[in-house]
Unconditional design. Structure first.
Length: 557
């Protein structure tokens, strides 16, 4: 007999996410519904404002992805203005963005997603000596590795447990059969959980060097950047490079080895394709490498039906958003330039479940050429691999070799997690070269960081880029020198999408189908797969009163 269970809220994410699934008698998921239960509506607030305000305002979509929206909005305005930033501005933006990537990916694995793989309580039974041997089996010089250190971490965790107050490790499903790592592996990764708290702070400091602060940096403007004195200060450049190398060391000696340890243990789940999803992958390209912004570090393109023999070109005109099952008015799929954000809330049924074929989420349903697509690190690496991207191919092949696994293992929750780690290394190593490029330009006498531009009376533009969670696009239309319409299609909108007019599930929903729960009262497997996407719900739904449709006014005393 079918059983419905609801996980609400999904924790260790940004925002409000609800997952409802239907299980068969063997606890295998037969159907799934993904619902964002809080609306923000920021696109409406942007109407009537100066286009140059868009970057600072759209940062407020989220407290995590602030730079992501700042960059995309600035790019959209520049496209509408018909202006390109000079080389130094391009490089500085890459450095700010790289800092964001490093902080975000490391924090995601250790503090948000890692506890779906790592049983903290099991680490209490670990032998510190064996933990050292395990760490050294995957790296010659592991991060913060010694018997005394692992013993100290074990004692610290034991004191947490004995006190009955596990703090950030409270209310988890410790002991669940889906946890497979050895006590020693759990101890090694748990120790790096604590180390990563410090490393993530370094990433924030790196971003503040050129972005002025973190979060909500404020040095991007249409046409370039304003942090001229920081770029010309040798001491500031040296500090950035020093901190970058500290983060690089953690990535090379902790993050990548930890993912290899977990990958070797959970490879079977990867081979089974658990968490694979829709099998379609899309990327816009990110981190421009030339002044015309035609070449990018992260690829642009499409992989369809898991076909790695070819990567297709991306056609922006094929992007639409469907609201058939979303709490918005309308039924036609529209391109973002023509998008609308008019609420129509219908709620759930009397039992708190999704109402048949009705609306059930504040998330719209983006589609590319009519089909759902996954975005994010896995999409970027699969597309890059299919394109023969040299650095991505080398990273993927070396990892597959270490795990003795075929490329098909990537189509899974495990593959999604591994791709994020490999991308962190790719970005960290590339940031070193960008720092050198900036220094070379300045030494050669090129100190330009801004290209003059004016607000046109009319125009439209889009900023399409890659951010930690995936493909991000902002579309702006300008009339009478003001914003007439603004739409943002963010990574979590692509991934969290509900069904479309044809009843086709979105990536979150499809990724859960066929997953078997070891214990229906402890839906660890649901959390593991959903967390692998790194959900950001605040970004995916865009504050306005849904009852009156009015933008609220506030007076601060």
């Amino acid at each position: 007999m079918a059983q419905r269970i609801i996980v609400d809220p999904i924790t260790r994410i940004e925002g409000h996410l609800r997952i409802e699934v239907e299980l068969d008698g063997g606890n295998t998921i037969q159907d799934a519904w993904s619902s964002i239960t809080l609306w923000r509506g920021l696109e409406t607030i942007l109407k009537g404002r100066d286009p140059r305000d868009a970057g600072l305002l759209t940062q407020r979509f989220c407290g995590v992805c602030t730079y992501s929206h700042y960059e995309a909005a600035t790019m959209a305005v520049e496209d509408a203005f018909g202006v390109k930033p000079p080389a130094n501005a391009r490089i500085i933006r890459n450095l700010i963005k790289a800092s964001h990537y490093l902080t975000d990916h490391i924090m995601h694995f250790y503090h948000l997603h890692g506890l779906d793989w790592v049983d903290i309580v099991s680490a209490l039974d670990a032998d510190p000596k064996k933990a050292v041997a395990l760490a050294r089996s995957v790296h010659d010089n592991p991060y913060n590795c010694s018997e005394s250190h692992y013993a100290a971490v074990k004692e610290r965790l034991t004191l947490f447990a004995q006190s009955g107050r596990l703090g950030p490790f409270e209310n988890a499903y410790w002991g669940n059969r889906s946890f497979k790592l050895s006590p020693e592996a759990n101890l090694v990764i748990a120790s790096h959980y604590l180390d990563a708290l410090y490393i993530s702070k370094i990433g924030g400091r790196m971003q503040a060097i050129f972005g002025s602060k973190n979060p909500h940096p404020q040095t991007l403007v249409a046409g370039g950047v304003t942090c001229v004195m920081d770029a010309l200060d040798a001491d500031r450049l040296s500090k950035f490079r020093f901190m970058l190398r500290e983060v690089q060391n953690f990535v090379d000696t902790a993050y990548i080895p930890d993912v290899l340890i977990a990958g070797a243990t959970y490879a079977g789940e990867g081979l089974e394709g658990i968490g694979a999803g829709v099998g379609n992958y899309l990327a816009y390209g990110g981190f421009p490498l030339d002044d015309d912004w035609n070449q990018t570090l992260l690829p642009r393109g499409v992989v369809k039906d898991k076909d790695l023999s070819q990567a297709l070109e991306l056609d922006e005109e094929k992007i639409t958003e469907d609201v058939t099952h979303s709490w918005y008015e309308g039924s036609d799929a529209k391109h973002p330039y023509d998008g609308e954000t008019e609420p129509e809330y219908t709620g759930f049924d009397a039992n708190g479940n999704v109402q048949g074929d009705g609306k059930y989420s504040w998330c719209k349903a983006p589609r590319y050429d009519g089909d759902p697509y996954e975005v994010g690190p896995l999409a970027r690496f699969l597309i890059g691999y299919a394109q023969g991207h040299e650095q991505i191919t080398e990273l993927v092949n070396s990892t597959l070799g270490a795990l003795n696994a075929p490329a098909t293992v990537l189509f899974s929750t495990l593959g999604r997690t591994a791709a994020r780690a490999l991308e962190t290394k790719l970005v960290a190593d590339s940031a070193e070269a960008w720092t050198d490029e900036l220094v070379t330009n300045i030494k050669a006498g090129d100190e330009r960081t801004w290209t003059r531009c004016d607000v046109p009376k009319e125009g439209q533009g889009r900023g399409m880029t890659e951010v930690p969670r995936g493909a991000l696009g902002h579309w702006i239309r300008i009339e009478k020198k003001e914003i007439a319409n603004y739409q943002a299609v963010v990574p979590s909108t692509w991934n969290c999408a509900p069904r479309d007019t044809n009843g086709v599930r979105g990536p979150y929903e499809e990724s859960l189908i066929g997953t078997t729960l070891a214990n229906a009262e402890q839906p660890l497997e649901i959390l593991r797969t959903i967390h692998s996407f790194d959900p950001c719900m605040a970004c995916a739904v865009h504050i306005i009163d849904p009852r009156s449709g009015e933008v609220k006014q506030f007076k601060v005393l």
